[in-house]
Design a protein around this ligand. Structure first.
Ligand code: COA
Length: 258
């Protein structure tokens, strides 16, 4: 349990609300685990026919908590005892229940890659999607090394991953990442209406349709492969420089790392 994720069920919809606005909804191990457990448990809950992910505050999420990454870089191994991000991304990868996302403001890193596992995505006009893994000396996760190019094409995905290209709401809709862009004031109602519509459909037909459209085993295998590289990169000198730069509010300098 964490106060940073609000969980409630009504009208067949399990709503998961990111609730750490003072840190821009940066995701901690506790938050990942609360989200992942809720998504896993939904599969066996007859009251839940659709999951809705939304966020409090002025952005969806600033991605993984960088203090956690920096601690690993500095040799803190306590993260190894937790499932952390894998709890969420694996739950999304194998989810049987449809997932709807309502994204306002920035969606950084896993905030964007998780959208590749959502079945309907609604963006507010101020949404801005970024996957700055390489800028942080890291590599793609959440199976995004296959799901993002599959959705938007290699060249666009490479630009997002390696150059850190930011994709605004209009572009994301045009690229097939989202169903619709709506004014911020209409975001939650639009996404909820869609989630309730999904929840009202014949459940087996919905579940089979989703299952036929997804490749969970492939995603989980790729997550593992990405995770090996991600964990190794977290401990590098180039990552130390990237995390120090964020902490010190300056641009990183990778010219001296070998
Ligand atoms: N991890 C930990 N703390 C974070 C964070 C993150 N990913 N993102 C923001 N925060 C914290 C800031 O350190 C700041 O804390 P403070 O008030 O104690 O100083 C607070 O949240 C507000 O963030 P701030 O940077 O002032 O907000 P902003 O609106 O100017 O900028 C972002 C928002 C998202 C552009 C910027 O915070 C950012 O670039 N964050 C890092 C994103 C990132 O690289 N994530 C990892 C992806 S793999």
């Amino acid at each position: 349990m964490t106060e940073h994720v609000l969980i409630e069920t009504a009208n067949g919809v399990l709503t998961l609300t990111l609730n750490r606005p003072e840190k821009k909804n940066a995701l901690t191990p506790e938050m990942y685990e609360a989200l992942g457990d809720a998504i896993d448990n939904a599969a066996d809950d007859p009251n839940v026919r659709c999951i809705l992910i939304q966020a409090n505050g002025d952005m969806f999420t600033s991605g993984n908590d960088l203090a956690t990454f920096a601690a690993v870089n500095a040799g803190d191994n306590s993260r190894n005892e937790r499932r952390g991000a894998s709890a969420l991304i694996q739950a999304l990868g194998r989810a049987k229940t449809p997932v709807v996302a309502a994204v306002n403001g920035r969606a950084v890193g896993v905030g964007t890659t998780m959208l590749m596992h959502c079945d309907l995505v609604f963006l507010a006009e101020d949404a801005l999607l970024t996957t700055p893994f390489v800028n942080l000396a890291l590599v793609p996760e959440a199976a995004s090394s296959i799901t993002l190019p599959a959705r938007i094409g290699h060249a666009r995905a490479f630009s997002m991953f390696v150059l850190g290209e930011a994709v605004d709401a209009k572009k994301a809709e045009a690229w097939g990442i989202a169903n619709a862009v709506v004014p911020l004031s209409e975001l939650r109602a639009t996404a909820r209406k869609a989630a309730e519509a999904v929840a009202s459909k014949p459940p087996s037909a919905v579940a089979i349709t989703k299952a036929l459209m997804r490749e969970p085993e492939r995603y989980l295998a790729r997550m593992q492969e990405e995770g090996v590289h991600f964990s190794a990169q977290l401990k590098t000198a180039e990552a130390a420089e990237a995390f120090a730069a964020f902490r010190e509010k300056r641009a990183p300098d990778f010219s001296k790392v070998s």
